[in-house]
Design a protein around this ligand. Structure first.
Ligand SMILES: [Ca+2]
Ligand SMILES: [Ca+2]
Ligand SMILES: [Ca+2]
Ligand SMILES: [Ca+2]
Length: 467
C-alpha cells in the first residue's frame, strides 16, 4: 500500500508581504530529505498575545515511513494545549502526514513546557508517504511582551538518524532547516485582529467592501495584496491564501458513532449508513450538515482514496445570488487528485438548514472488487456563524462500497432480462421496496432519478439484445 500526498505547502503563499526583518533564509538541499520548520524558507508572522500555526514541512521527500524529532522553542512562545474529554491536557498538534488509509500508523506528541521542548513521533508500520507534504502543524501562542521585529526561533534540536527511514527500514539522509516566528504589529489580511487569517477576515472584509464596516475592523490590515488600494482583489487574494492555510487545529471529536445533539455534524455519505457505487459508474457522495445552528462559513479539506476519480463537485450551500459569498472552485474537477479544500464564506447570509455542503461525484473503478471500501475523509475548520463566532462540530467521514452489479440488473442476479423489466416496473410503481431490488442498478438511463423512463429504456434494451 502506498500513498502520494501532494499537499501544497501554502505557508509560502503568505510570505509575499514585505518584511521588516533582514533575516536571511536557507536553501533546501537537492539530494536529501529537507525537514523544514516554517519560517526557515520564508517568514511566518505572529502577533503578540495571539496564536500562530507553525508547520514542519518535508521537501524532496521520497518514501518516508518514520520520523521522530525534538523541537525547542523561544521563551516568547508557548505551545497551546487543549483538554480532552478525559481531562488530559494535550498539545495542539496535528500530524498532517497521517494517511487515512493506513491503519498501521502510530504517532505521539509530548510537551515539556518547563524546558520548552516538544517531541514528535510518527511511524507507519506498513506504508510510506511520498512527495512533499506537511509533517505536523503546531499551534503556538506569542507572548504578550513580544516586540514588533522580534524573531522567535523554533529549532529542531535532536533527530536520531535511525528514526528517519523508509518502508524497508533503510535510513534516509536528511537536512534540517530551522525556523521561527517573526513578530509583527498586525498581519496583512487579519482585519478582525485575532492574529490569524481565517474566513472571519473574509467575512468582515466582504462587509466592509459592501458598505457596512463591522466593529473592530483593522483598516491597516485590509490591503492584503499591498497595492495601496482596498478592493475586491484583496478579498479574492485573501480567500485564496486561506484555502490552503491552517487556521487552527480544530477541537473536534473525529468519527464518533453519531452526531451529538448539541453539536453541528459534518457527515459524509457512507459514514452513518452504507453508500454503494456500481463498478465503472459514477456515484454521488454528499457531505451534509446535521443539527446546523446557522453558519456563514465552512472550510473542509476532503481526502479520497486513490481508487476513486473525482468527476464533478458542486457546492449545495452556495447561493449564486449572494454577492457577498465566495467559494473555492476550479473549472475542471477531473484534474483534482487526492484532496481539495472546499471553502465557502458569506458576508451576509447565514444558512440554517441541514443542507448538503458539497456533493462530490466520483467514478468507481472498473476493477473494484464487490464490497471494496474506498474512503472519503474530511477535516474542517473556519466554521463560523454570522456573528463570527466559532461553531463547535464533529466529523463523521465516509466512503463508497463498490457494488459489482451491472446497471439494469435490478434483481441483482447477474443477468439483464425481462425479470429486471418487471422488477423495475414494480419498484417504480411502489409495489416492491429497496429491499427487493438493487437500487443502485435502477437508474438505467443515468439521469439521476429512477422512474418510468428507466422502465421503458430497460425494456427497449432487453428487447433489442434478445437473440
Ligand atoms: Ca483574523
Ligand atoms: Ca489591495
Ligand atoms: Ca437480473
Ligand atoms: Ca433514470
Amino acid at each position: 500500500m502506498k500513498r502520494i500526498i501532494s499537499v501544497l505547502i501554502v505557508m509560502f503563499l503568505l510570505a509575499t508581504s514585505a518584511l521588516a526583518t533582514s533575516r536571511t533564509f536557507e536553501t533546501p538541499a537537492t539530494d536529501k530529505l529537507n525537514i523544514v520548520v516554517d519560517g526557515g524558507l520564508s517568514s511566518v508572522e505572529g502577533v503578540a498575545g495571539k496564536e500562530v500555526a507553525v508547520c514542519i514541512n518535508l521537501l524532496n521527500n521520497q518514501k518516508l515511513s518514520s520520523l521522530k524529532l525534538t523541537l525547542e522553542y523561544s521563551e516568547k512562545l508557548s505551545v497551546v494545549t487543549s483538554k480532552r474529554s478525559s481531562g488530559e491536557e494535550v498539545p495542539k498538534v496535528t500530524f498532517d502526514i497521517v494517511d487515512p488509509e493506513d491503519s498501521s500508523v502510530l504517532r505521539s506528541s509530548q510537551l515539556d513546557a518547563g524546558t520548552r521542548t516538544l517531541k514528535l513521533n510518527w511511524v507507519s508500520g506498513e506504508s510510506y508517504v511520498e512527495g512533499d507534504c506537511k509533517y505536523a502543524t503546531i499551534i503556538f501562542k506569542v507572548a504578550e511582551n513580544a516586540k514588533d521585529g522580534d524573531f522567535l526561533p523554533i529549532t529542531i534540536t535532536k533527530i536520531n538518524p535511525n528514526d528517519v527511514f523508509d518502508e524497508n527500514q533503510k535510513n534516509i539522509s536528511y537536512n534540517i532547516i530551522n525556523g521561527g516566528v517573526d513578530v509583527v504589529e498586525y498581519i496583512k489580511g487579519d482585519v478582525d485582529g485575532d492574529g490569524a487569517l481565517s474566513n472571519r477576515d473574509v467575512m468582515m472584509l466582504s462587509r466592509h467592501l459592501n458598505g457596512s464596516t463591522p466593529n473592530g475592523f483593522v483598516v491597516n490590515a485590509a490591503d492584503f495584496n499591498g497595492d495601496s488600494k482596498v478592493d475586491g482583489t484583496d478579498l479574492a487574494d485573501l480567500f485564496a491564501a486561506i484555502n490552503g492555510y491552517t487556521y487552527a487545529v480544530p477541537d473536534t471529536d473525529n468519527d464518533p458513532d453519531e452526531v451529538p445533539e448539541n453539536k453541528l455534524g459534518l457527515v459524509v455519505d457512507g459514514g452513518e449508513s452504507t453508500r454503494r457505487g456500481l463498478v465503472g459508474r459514477n456515484v454521488d457522495v454528499k457531505i451534509s450538515l446535521k443539527n446546523n445552528p446557522g453558519i456563514s462559513s465552512l472550510k473542509s479539506v476532503v481526502y479520497w482514496s486513490d481508487s476513486l476519480t473525482l468527476v464533478d463537485a458542486k457546492y449545495d450551500i452556495y447561493d449564486e445570488n449572494d454577492k457577498t459569498a465566495v467559494i473555492n472552485t476550479v473549472d475542471d474537477w477531473s484534474k483534482v487528485k487526492d484532496s481539495f479544500a472546499f471553502n465557502w464564506v458569506s458576508g451576509s447570509k447565514e444558512v440554517t438548514e441541514d443542507t448538503a455542503f458539497v456533493t462530490l461525484t466520483f467514478k468507481v473503478p472498473e476493477d473494484a472488487k464487490d464490497g471494496e471500501f474506498m474512503y472519503v475523509a474530511v477535516t474542517a475548520d473556519n466554521i463560523f456563524n454570522a456573528s463570527g463566532n466559532e461553531v463547535k462540530f464533529v466529523i463523521i467521514s465516509g466512503g463508497v462500497n463498490a457494488l459489482d452489479v451491472e446497471l439494469g440488473d435490478a434483481s441483482g442476479d447477474g443477468a439483464i432480462d425481462n425479470k429486471d423489466v418487471v422488477t423495475l416496473f414494480r419498484y417504480v410503481s411502489g409495489s416492491v421496496t429497496d429491499d427487493d431490488v438493487v437500487p443502485e442498478a435502477t437508474d438505467f438511463d443515468g439521469d439521476g432519478e429512477t422512474n418510468n423512463k428507466d422502465v421503458v429504456a430497460l425494456f427497449r434494451f432487453v428487447s433489442s439484445s434478445r437473440s
